[in-house]
Design a protein around this ligand. Sequence first.
Ligand code: C2E
Ligand code: CA
Ligand code: CA
Length: 594
Amino acid sequence: MAQATERLKQELRKLRECKQRLGDFISTASDLLWETDAEMNFVSGECLGGAACKDHSITAACPQITAMLDELRTGPFSDSVAARESYRGLEYSIPGPSNTALWLESNGNPVFNAAGDFLGYRGTCRNITERKANESTIAFLARYDSLTKLPNRVLFRERIEQALARATPESRVAVLCLDLDRFKVVNDTLGHSTGDALLRTVADRLSRCVRSIDTVARLGGDEFVVIQVGLEKAEEAAALANRIEEALNEPCVLDGHYVTTKITIGIALTPEDGTSPEELLRHADIALYRAKFEEPGTWCFFEAHMGARVESRRSLETGMRDAIVRNEFELDYQPLYSVASHEVLSVEALLRWRHPVRGVIGPNEFIPIAEESGLIVPIGEWVLRRACRDAMQWPGGRVSVAVNLSPVQFKSRRLVAAVKEALAESGLPGHRLELEITEAVLMQSGEATLRALHELRNLGARVSLDDFGTGYSSLSYLRSFPFDKIKIDQSFIRDLTGARGGAAIVRAIAGLGASLSLATTAEGVETPEQFAILQAEGCTEVQGFLFSRPVPARNIPALIGQIPPGLPESDLAARFPWPVNRLPVPNGENLVLR
Ligand code: C2E
Ligand code: CA
Ligand code: CA
């Protein structure tokens, strides 16, 4: 008896332990437990928390249960259930709070009695809503760009393959490669958040230009691509390109900055420009590259002869890396003359690249590439050092040297130090250095840029606002920093005698300069007529081919020095062995200038 009692006690202890263990498992599982009868009707259950249900009671009417039982009857595991087998990983959803879906995963085992009769199923349900959300986020990120929500490279690839599979000679596919002109400069100068906002705006505007059957994708950076399908004629791609340019050339206000962008587009079409995704993309990209360097802000169709020229541009990019060490850069100098005294006041350094194969390349061709690659920083430092050194060789010790600075150099933070070094190394006094910046520099987000400008000025350097009148809201920039000089852009000088009001603009700028006590330089003066008007309108300095083209440093000493008043022309010719311009001035006298 005592033995039997002892055995019972032991059994009871084991049972308690067992229950305790089960309880432990149950309390740590955020699951719902359930049990059915042999007809697959809900018998009992317990909800152990998680998000599966609020109170812990669970009934046959709970949506978790009814939906699961439906799935077990008709869903992917119905055969297993009919065969009374275990199943794992049945995923199903029920409506959750505020229009979301609650996702559940059910596992179940069949239950048999000792005689082997089927009694029903027992199993668990787990809330997998979070996992599902993560999975769908991952699936989204794998195929979409998270910044703009546009298809990314992967989905682009799928879409273009589908489009090409359906293409026929009557239903062609166009690939449009897009590039935001100088996006990198906006990004570097206004900061990444403005750059991002710009990309999102572009994505929105692009999406509005296309039909739902077309695709706009972002392949990376500022690289956008459009797949246009079902074209009968090439003109339809041209019409889309026009629509896109119109939509994107609208200025936008981003983080309080007024930003204008231009979009350049290259287009390739099936079947003549290619029938594979690679070929079409490459050809659209070649057309883009071509448009970008020849006429940014326009679009152009691929043409077979473009390939070779684009390749040579690409090789420029590579060659530029070694150009400094190979000593291939050179500076030419172009004088700026005082309108009042006709003497040379300063000389502007203009960069050239003596390319080993292509000969001399002008800055408009390679500086944008140098800016995009960041190489403008070391190149710009070389320009500063060389210009300061050259200026020390000029007679009289009065003429200044003007150096152009790129917005990208301001971003690098090395600029002030580089200017200091160039001055110290050469011994040039700070006041003989002029720095020419464009409004793009002032668009750089605030303090750091202004601080750098003030530091440069504390070194004695003077600061000129170059290309004035093009681009942005000039007047506010003029107020943000005490400039020494405004350089009126060439386009207004060219237009001086034309109908588009160049003279009125020059008059306004010269007037503004006078009231702010700033020098005003007219750039690109080519004819005596232009000079006469500029003088009458009160410009204080002139620069242009009429007086001198940019020349090598060794020619500058001969150009410097005031022309003595009253000097007879024959003596002039003897003393100054370059062409002399005799200019008609408004009061009818002739003025000698060089
Ligand atoms: P910019 O600063 O506006 O320089 C004046 C440009 O106008 C020069 O072109 C000059 O040769 C040209 N020019 C001068 N007078 C006349 C004229 O009467 N008629 C015409 N049609 N053109 C005239 P360049 O040398 O090709 O330089 C182009 C631009 O490249 C410069 O424009 C400047 O923005 C940039 N650049 C040149 N050197 C440097 C440099 O060292 N650093 C940086 N960041 N930019 C530079
Ligand atoms: Ca300049
Ligand atoms: Ca200029």
